[in-house]
Design a protein around this ligand. Structure first.
Ligand code: BGO
Length: 267
């Protein structure tokens, strides 16, 4: 059976460069159904049974842009075997915002930290093993431009797809937020697959009305939202966003070391 890898990342993370390097001329370009968002699919060089789907470049899985909706509907409905999440190593903090959401989909994720040639040139350090531990997914350093690490990333993605087990969750939100997520999850019916429950619960908590189009039965969770908003005195969308940033800051503090000289020369 063919293995399907979805390539996901922020705009300018090097997605096109990586996609081209992995697929060569073996590409099909079209549009996603009904929208003028480009859809690119290709076969991994040397593997005729491995398909790579290049998702639109996005910053989050929120429903604000067409690209975000296209990417997330594909991930929810088509269920690729694995997500290869490309992040720009020179801008890792911003890129991890999407990564934290990709991890919630119940699909195995492998991260490729790109632009490592630039990171190294700047004298900065990304502690890959710590990053992997903190995120709960495998991390590979690559330079899509130079071609380093890209075969390793693809091979690891294929291996993970064949294992068919999603990453174990290593991060939890604050206890009151986790309680609200769990309460919403308990109201989801069996139409939502077990591994997608957390993603749907978080989106419902965030009052994301487009996610309802992806659900047959939409439970009323307004009381859970109200209780969480009252207890933290903020709206749920901001609460979840803040939780993500707190998590990301802790990762950056532990996993990235900036070259003091390059910091000084920039300021
Ligand atoms: C330009 N290392 C380096 N140094 N650069 C990389 C790497 C890498 O590993 N990977 C990608 N880039 P896209 P999205 C450019 O186009 O693949 C560069 O949006 C330029 N263009 O070459 O397009 C890549 O698909 C003029 O850079 O990203 C590209 O995710 C001057 O990152 C950019 C300098 O890559 C974005 C760069 C006319």
């Amino acid at each position: 059976m063919a293995v399907k890898i979805a390539l996901a990342g922020n705009p300018n993370s090097g997605k096109t460069t990586l996609f081209n390097a992995l697929t060569g001329s073996n590409q099909f370009v079209g549009n996603w159904p009904g929208v003028t968002v480009e859809k690119k699919e290709g076969k991994l060089k040397g593997h005729k049974d491995v398909v790579i789907m290049d998702l639109p470049g996005i910053y989050s899985l929120s429903p604000y842009t067409l690209e975000e909706v296209v990417a997330r509907n594909y991930l929810i409905n088509e269920r690729p075997d694995v997500i290869l999440n490309i992040v720009d190593g020179t801008n890792i903090e911003r890129n991890l915002y999407l990564s934290t959401q990709l991890m919630e989909l119940g699909i195995p994720v492998i991260m490729a930290v790109n632009m490592m040639d630039v990171v190294e040139k700047n004298g900065d350090k990304i502690h890959i093993n710590k990053l992997s531990e903190k995120l709960g997914c495998e991390v590979v350093e690559i330079s899509a431009l130079k071609g380093t690490g890209i075969s390793k990333a693809a091979e690891k993605a294929v291996a993970l797809a064949q294992k068919k087990t999603a990453n174990a969750r290593v991060h939890e939100f604050d206890a009151v937020v986790e309680k609200a997520v769990e309460d919403v999850e308990n109201r989801l019916d069996s139409g939502v697959p077990q591994e997608q429950k957390r993603f749907f619960a978080i989106k419902l908590l965030e009052k994301d009305d487009k996610i309802q189009e992806q659900m047959k039965v939409v439970p009323d969770v307004s009381d859970i939202i109200k209780q969480l908003e009252d207890s933290l005195d903020d709206d749920t969308e901001s609460i979840i966003t803040n939780e993500r940033y707190v998590y990301i800051s802790s990762i950056i503090g532990d996993c990235c070391t900036k070259n003091k000289k390059s910091e000084l020369s920039v300021s």
